[in-house]
Design a protein around this ligand. Sequence first.
Ligand SMILES: [Zn+2]
Length: 342
Amino acid sequence: MTTPTLPLNPNIRIPLLKNFTHLHSAPTLDLPIKSTKTPPFPDATTTASSSKASIYFIGTATTLLSYSSIRILTDPNFLHAGDHVHLGPGVSSTRQTNPAIDLEALPPLDLILLSHYHEDHFDRKVEDSVNRQFPIVTTPHAKACLTADTKQEPFRNVHGLDFFQSLQLPIKNDDGTTSAVKVTAMPGKHVPPGPLSVVNDLIGAVPPTNGWLVELGHTKDGEGFQVGYRIYISGDTLMVPELKQIPEYLAGEKIDLMLVHLGGTTIPGPHLPLLMVTMDGVQGVELMKLVDPDITVPIHYDDYDVMISGLDVFKKEVEKAGLAGRVVYLGRGERYEFDVRE
Ligand SMILES: [Zn+2]
């Protein structure tokens, strides 16, 4: 079976923001710089080589993957400390942190990879600002929401993937070589199985989520695909039996890097912790044992007040399991660099 392709051309990038021209024509502001203002994106030329890649942690589940000439943004959330998100009927949350960079300061991008349609992953400011033609790969549910005719300005370039469906992104590099990124939706469950899951299906409070297998590699003249690095992004899932399908799908192939969404997100809120909807530190280590990645980077653990299982819990579990050498802790604004095998 051939994988459908979504050709990306970094030389003719679709602007991420609707009003991008304003940025260039904006007069110099003489307002004092707010203390929450974030610095510009650090120089990304370090990833210009076709075998170099990196993950830059912005905050929540927002990361920037740079590989060859392509840049992919995950779960864009650029709210600041004190801002609120609505997460479902009667559930809201307050941001506790600032992103490492502001939406307007991002470098040119090629794709948004959205695990699910929840405001701590795709906030209202992002939704209002993003160009309707900008490519987004996400769940079928999020696609239906983003492209709905009832929306004032529906998105026009959204691709929904069911579990184990793939999309290949061929990239022509400036130096004439061709790279490719293959994105495959991985199973995830944001609500624990059982009666609550049935209720949730009815009221639609917590949306379905995807995890992602992101394979970075090379093609020869656009043909074939040789994988040189595998990233697994968990999405907002709990540790559920369905995740066992991931190592089965991989059939012995190694995950190089796992980005795990932690936080033990508990709703309706920290004062009434009834239902956990993302993994806590204990489940995060269980997932490490199941997927067995070379390196794990925890994300999505302290940015909202509904996240009640902090990094300290995960750290303790990691040490107990003797896995401390396999975890890289990235602060917001820090980058993890790696080589994609030729
Ligand atoms: Zn989340």
